[in-house]
Design a protein. Structure first.
Length: 212
């Protein structure tokens, strides 16, 4: 099977900046949490729900627009749908208990962090020196989300801080990932048509050999 990002090297990626916008928005949300953690809990719940709605809708648009370019567009679409649905649930019920809010947000960030780890390993295959940052943000997001899911009964302020950290790690990953997509696509333009044709022939030969 082709690495997840291989198609994005062969064809133009549409709206590569969408993950960048999502990342910036998530970091703004985390900054609000850290600067003013004593906001009313309902206000924070609404802020989290709006950020998930924006992030989910943006990822849905990005994945559908790039369904012919990204091998893993279905996973990206699934991430977007899950994020959007949980955003709706939080928006409709902003008065959820602290532990329920922590559980919902933790589940979304865990889902996205696992995807982040997978994407980072694919970026590594192309010799990108910054793949380790993507992996680190994915791992940190996974750790924070596990804490929220398995031990959501924090004191109110502690739960809010961990939610803020989760948004921060997810935002940092989205920003770095968007620039990696842009960088990889630019590099693909220097590959000759002959070299790409040879690569396709080699890949087809490998498939035929495996099918024997």
């Amino acid at each position: 099977m082709e690495p997840i990002l291989l198609k994005s090297l062969k064809k133009a990626i549409r709206h590569w900046y969408i993950p960048l916008l999502v990342g910036v928005f998530f970091i703004i949300v985390s900054a609000v949490v850290f600067v003013s953690p004593i906001f009313s809990f309902i206000a924070l719940a609404i802020l989290f729900s709006l950020s998930l709605l924006f992030g989910g809708l943006s990822e849905i648009i990005f994945s559908v627009a790039n369904r012919d370019q990204l091998e893993s567009w279905g996973w990206s679409l699934a991430f977007g749908i899950v994020t959007f649905v949980i955003g709706i649930l939080l928006f409709l019920k902003p008065g959820l208990a602290t532990e329920m809010l922590a559980f919902y947000v933790g589940f979304v960030i865990l889902f996205r962090s696992i995807g982040a780890i997978c994407f980072s390993l694919d970026v590594k295959k192309y010799g990108e020196p910054n793949w380790g940052w993507l992996l680190a943000f994915g791992i940190l997001g996974t750790i924070a989300s596990f804490i929220l899911i398995w031990n959501p009964v924090f004191a109110g302020l502690s739960a809010v801080i961990f939610i803020g950290l989760s948004f921060l790690f997810a935002g940092l990953f989205s920003i770095v990932f968007s620039f990696q997509l842009r960088k990889l696509h630019r590099r693909s333009k220097v590959l000759s048509a002959e070299l790409m044709a040879r690569f396709d022939e080699l890949q087809e030969a490998i498939r035929e050999e495996w099918s024997k």
